[in-house]
Design a protein. Structure first.
Length: 566
């Protein structure tokens, strides 16, 4: 047993013997469970048969690690615990132990599954916290290079650390109801990534992570604009030319009959006006009765630039260009090789679209998209962040970004798409990047827009599916797992699940995480603040932990009604 830090079969930690064996669980006699109070052995707590306790079942080549999920009295003994009993008969409780994994007694390494089931009569011991710690932390990563995540709830002086590749390498989801500690966990991971010298971009939906300070942590704001020249905050834009055509359609909402085709043509024409300015007249492509051969040749020449985001154009001319698109095609009233004349019916049909474009371009809520002058472009800031070895965490606050017309969802999806494009170019192979999204359910709906302009928000789904091979991973934090697309949640390799009360949310998590069965999920509604269940591909067992307090907790307290209403 040289591979184990302590003996798993300490006689002082004996709690009972196996009475019934099933494929995935055993019944255990618990003669010491009725004893009052708790005790300690060598400074470590001994629970002696409490629900939730980890136990070790004696074996020859390996020990079986399990968790006590139920205790009960046989029917004949159920009244022995009542104070009204006249005699001194003692209760004989039974416990149900869920079998989790096996431990090789020579190496101390956890095995996948349980190779050999326990036998009736084998002894059961309360698992020493250091045994559980060794099972979870098995690997070669030094302690100082691990993420210092949590402590054991019943042994607060015993820490739990996980290697970054196990916790973040296959994506991570932080789930939990309001007040369960989800934001604390996100803040702690941010601090640990900075401490370990990694790089992360934190999308802060509500601004509560403004408390994060320290070397290498930078704060920026997407949306809003500096009102005071002495304001030190950095306000960002995400320029409209980095949006896709479908993004713009969601924001501008053209109707399908006439408006959508004319808006599509107007966007193409304005890009050609920028790429081939000799074809433009005062920034517009004039079409009524004008030659079309040179324009079409330019479209062929710049086909690649027209098909991807990033090609600049003057959106201030968009309403005017839509008006210019309202002409007959060649062959109606046009000379050979020209566009036709003006179509009054199409112009009439586009009046509402033109009014909508002018209103959206003038909206202060969408200023960071349509009026980027004077703001720092987010793509440029990300490039500087990636190039600077001293910058570790880039916090992008979205508190000023409007919910109007799905702007938040569209912009977050566009930023995710931009990061995925960088990943496909190999930009993160030498320095892995973690994208952290708080309140992820606000940004990861399956689609946005109406029935005519609907577009899928698939950027982070694609990051979850293919980002890992490019060293781009994500951490999603949400209180509503049921609102996260199934294809995104199913790609998460690690789950940190705080208290979940909603039954549908628990079912979604069980379905997404194969290692979290109904027995483990049944503990989720009873978790205290800051407590969580850690489970995933690289975690040999579902592990209940108490998350460490971050050095700088987020500002997420509720209003003090008693003081403010006085």
């Amino acid at each position: 047993m040289t591979g184990l830090v302590v003996s798993p079969y300490d006689r002082q930690r004996y709690i009972g013997s196996v009475a019934t064996v099933r494929p995935a669980s055993v019944d255990v006699n618990l003669p010491l469970a009725p004893l009052p109070g708790s005790t300690h052995v060598a400074g470590y707590p001994l629970q002696r048969g409490q629900v939730g306790e980890f136990v070790v079942i004696e074996g020859e080549e390996h020990a079986v690690l399990g968790r006590l999920v139920e205790t009960r009295l046989p029917e004949r003994d159920r009244l022995t615990v009542e104070p009204t009993r006249d005699h001194d008969s003692k209760p004989n409780p039974l416990g149900v132990v869920q079998l989790l994994t096996a431990i090789d007694l020579e190496t101390g390494q956890a095995l996948r599954g349980v190779p050999l089931s326990p036998r009736i009569g084998q002894h059961v011991f309360s698992a020493h916290p250091l045994i559980v710690k060794q099972v979870i932390e098995s690997g070669t990563t030094p302690e100082q290079r691990r993420i210092q995540l949590a402590n054991f709830p019943h042994a607060r002086d015993t820490s739990v650390s996980i290697s970054p590749s196990h916790l973040l390498g296959r994506h991570c989801a932080i789930l939990g109801a309001t007040g369960g500690g989800k934001s604390w966990t996100m803040a702690l991971l941010t601090e640990e990534i900075a401490r370990l010298g990694g790089k992360a971009i934190l999308f802060d939906a509500t601004g509560e992570f403004h408390t994060q300070t320290g070397p290498g942590i930078r704060h920026t704001y997407l949306g809003g604009r500096r009102a005071d020249p002495n304001d030190p905050r950095v306000f960002l834009s995400f320029p409209y030319w980095d949006l896709t055509e479908s993004d713009l359609f969601v924001l501008l909402r053209p109707s399908p009959g006439v408006q959508a085709p004319k808006l599509k043509e107007a966007l193409r024409s304005l890009k050609i006006a920028h790429l081939a300015p000799h074809l433009a007249n005062v920034g517009l492509i004039r079409k009524a009765n004008q030659p079309r051969q040179n324009f079409e040749a330019a479209c062929v020449q710049h086909a690649q630039a027209l098909s991807r985001p990033g090609t600049q154009f003057d959106i201030a001319q968009l309403a005017n260009q839509v008006w210019e698109e309202c002409v007959y095609p060649a062959g109606f009233n046009a000379q050979q090789g020209n566009w036709g004349g003006v179509t009054a019916n199409e112009q009439s049909a586009c009046v509402t679209l033109i009014s909508r474009i002018e209103a959206e371009l003038a909206s202060p809520n969408l200023e960071c998209l349509f009026s980027p002058a004077g703001l720092t472009p987010l793509p440029d800031l990300i490039a500087d962040f990636l190039a600077d070895p001293n910058q570790r965490v880039l916090r992008i606050s979205l508190e000023f970004l409007s919910f109007e017309h799905n702007a938040r969802e569209v912009v977050a999806n566009a930023v995710g798409r931009y990061l995925l494009g960088l990943a496909r170019q190999g930009r993160f192979l030498d320095m892995p990047l973690v994208t952290m999204i708080d309140e992820a359910h606000q940004f990861l709906d399956k689609s946005v827009g109406d029935e005519f302009t609907r577009t899928d928000l698939d950027a982070f789904g694609l990051i979850a599916k293919e980002g890992r091979k490019y060293s781009l991973t994500c951490v999603l934090g949400t209180q509503r797992p049921r609102d996260i697309p199934e294809d995104v949640l199913s790609q998460m390799g690690m789950f940190i699940v705080h208290r979940l009360i909603n039954e549908r949310d628990r079912h979604i998590v069980e379905k997404a995480c194969g290692d979290l069965d109904a027995s483990a999920a049944s503990f989720l509604p009873t978790l205290g603040q800051g407590e969580a269940m850690v489970v995933g591909v690289n975690s040999p067992i579902p592990l209940p932990v108490s998350i460490r307090r971050p050095s700088h907790p987020p500002s997420s307290r509720s209003a003090d009604y008693e003081r403010l209403w006085g």
